[in-house]
Ligand binder design. Structure first.
Ligand code: 6MZ
Length: 362
């Protein structure tokens, strides 16, 4: 675990509102409890429950959104989530979130995203590079996650890019609004679109026009795919040929063949899959087969707050469950650089950061 914590890492599947610290959630709920907006003890009970089905997870998200969705809180949780990932030596983070509207507090999808960007700008404890071409090789190498000779902990640096999520509850128009917003926000580090939300809700054809539009306009796309058994949708999603897919828990023979033929990288979220019972135990996780087949994979958290995990814990889990040594784990983490949505300059810097980590260990 210590090794997994110290090595640089890339996180490509993290939902903002699923990555909130428990302590922050409870603090926010306590405040709303005092105002009589909710019953704090009920909220606390749900938040601290450890095992929940996929259906319960989505009920929990509705509850989380009740306490988080105002501009100030969105700014705060963005800051905290990035600080938390940086503290475990994540050097590149693609953070995804669903832009939300709430007329009663004057929130639009755009103002929601402005609050997120405000959060990125407000971080002072670590160096955050989120603007395109904000690539500073020297300062990145100075901020490697190793102690220097004088045992002074170097200042950490994290590259952050944003993905805007379309929630499966949304209409075609809502989805299109999100894609147009993403295109307008490229300058502040938005690089792609995610399709997520309760997988038993909504139809693929509802989102397809917006996703097609996103693709045509140069946004990269990742889809939650095969989180529940839905062969037709899985097939349609693979036919769309997204840049990455998340989960892939309920793929069958032909789906695996298509995935491998198209070489689509898979975002693997062990704890999330296990806690939601999408996978019965880690030793039957599809990671093993894909890893053996040399298929592109990236280990991720999904919702580090909701599932009480971290990127380091997920790598540790892979190491112990599949007998991977330091060399294999490091290679897995480094290979993930190829699947990021940021520009090639960032890839080059990240590779240098990973390689300097090894040199410094020698
Ligand atoms: C599908 C998920 C998810 O966008 O409000 N989300 N969608 N499967 C999952 N696996 C368990 N985990 C999170 O973050 C929370 C939202 O992300 C999606 C859901 O739409 C959830 O409401 P944001 O920041």
């Amino acid at each position: 675990m210590e090794w997994c914590d110290s090595m640089p890492k890339v996180e490509l599947h993290a939902h903002l509102n699923g990555s909130i610290r428990d302590s922050t959630l409870l603090e926010l709920a306590r405040e709303l409890g005092e105002k009589g907006v909710l019953v704090f003890s009920d909220f606390e009970h749900v938040i601290l429950k450890s095992d929940r089905s996929l259906v319960e997870v989505f009920k929990l998200f509705d509850l989380i959104h009740m306490v988080t969705t105002d501009h100030t809180t969105i700014t705060r949780i963005t800051r905290e989530v990035i600080e938390d990932f940086a503290s475990e030596n994540v050097v590149y983070l693609e953070l995804r979130t669903t832009p939300k509207k709430n007329k009663s507090i004057g929130m639009t999808k755009r103002s929601y995203m402005e609050a997120v960007v405000e959060g990125l700008k407000s971080i002072s404890s670590v160096d955050v590079a989120f603007m395109p071409h904000d690539v500073d090789a020297r300062s990145s190498l100075n901020s490697l996650p190793v102690d220097n000779a004088r045992n002074v902990t170097p200042r950490k640096r994290i590259y952050v890019r944003l993905l805007l999520s379309i929630d499966r509850r949304e209409t075609t128009e809502d989805a299109m609004e999100t894609v147009k917003l993403a295109l307008e926000l490229k300058d502040v580090g938005v690089v792609g679109i995610d399709l997520s939300g309760n997988p038993i809700v909504g139809e693929w054809t509802t989102f397809l026009p917006a996703l097609q539009f996103a693709k045509e306009n140069g946004l990269d796309i990742t889809l939650h795919c095969g989180e529940v058994p839905n062969p037709k949708e899985i097939q349609a999603m693979l036919d769309f040929w997204p840049q990455r897919v998340g989960h892939a828990c309920f793929f069958q023979g032909e789906d695996w063949e298509n995935l491998k033929r198209l070489n689509i990288p898979v975002e693997i979220c062990f704890t999330s899959n296990l806690r939601t019972n999408s996978i019965s135990s880690i030793d039957v996780h599809h990671f093993a087969d894909l890893y053996k087949a040399n298929h592109p994979l990236v280990i991720c958290t999904d919702d580090s707050g909701v599932f009480s995990t971290s990127v380091s814990k997920e790598y540790s889990l892979a190491a112990s469950a599949f007998g991977l040594g330091k060399k294999e784990i490091f290679q897995l983490a480094r290979d993930a650089i190829e699947f990021i949505f940021a520009e090639d300059e960032v890839k080059t810097i990240l590779k240098q950061m990973f390689d300097s980590f090894v040199t410094n260990l020698a």
